[in-house]
Structure formats: C-alpha cells, structure tokens
Design a protein around this ligand. Structure first.
Ligand SMILES: [Zn+2]
Length: 125
C-alpha cells in the first residue's frame, strides 16, 4: 500500500505515513462479504455436552475421576490424592464421605456444563 499524499510505500498497521506523516486510513476492517468464522470449539454445543451419569459413575469408581472427565483437572487430581492420604490417616472412614461428595459433585458439575454455565477449576456442585 502506498501513501495517498506522497505515494511512498507505507507498511501495514501504521497510523501515519513514515515519509510525510499523513494519516493512513486503517484497512483492518473485516469485509462484510466474508465474516470471520469463530475459532473451533467456541459456541460448539457438541463439545460442551457431558454425560452426568458417566461423570458420577467415574467418581464412584475413583473419586476425582468424574471431575477429570468434567475438565476440572487440578481438582480431580487433588481429590484422588487427598482421598488416598485421608483414607490412610482415618483408616478408610473418610473415603465414604469423599466418595459421596465426589459423585454428587461430578453429577452437578456435568449438568452445569450442559446448561452452558462457566465452571471454574475449583467450583463445587
Ligand atoms: Zn506520505
């Protein structure tokens, strides 16, 4: 592109001509004929669907696994490790409580994701 005043070449994305200092019209407006497609995965309902029953079932097998399935990676790993550590300390008593919480949590978070809600990494229920 050349400056419309002095006709010297003007690099893209500059607001003023480097030769004469004249303002350069910005050309980064997207053409109305070719709308910019959204990036893949955004507003794609197929990728957002979680199976709440599967999430609950996974947390029933291993508390934290349903959370991993829901995309809450850090939370899932922490639940898995905390469950093992607490079970050693409490002689397995804590495992029952963590199991119930993990199952309900995986179910509720999966349903929340399916409703299109934004679920934080550490969000419960
Ligand atoms: Zn110029």
């Amino acid at each position: 592109m050349n400056c419309q005043y002095c006709n010297n070449p003007v690099p893209p994305q500059v607001s003023n001509c480097p030769s004469c200092g004249a303002p350069v019209p910005q050309q980064n407006n997207p053409s109305p004929d070719r709308p910019v497609p959204p990036p893949p995965g955004v507003n794609n309902p197929v990728q957002q669907v979680k199976n709440p029953t599967l999430a609950a079932l996974l947390s029933c097998l291993v508390p934290g696994l349903g959370q991993l399935y829901n995309g809450q990676t850090t939370k899932g790993i922490v639940i898995i490790l905390a469950n093992i550590a607490l079970a050693v300390i409490t002689g397995g008593v804590s495992a029952v409580a963590i199991l119930i919480v993990a199952i309900i949590d995986a179910l509720k978070i999966a349903e929340k994701i399916n409703r299109g809600a934004t679920v934080g990494e550490w969000e419960f229920f």
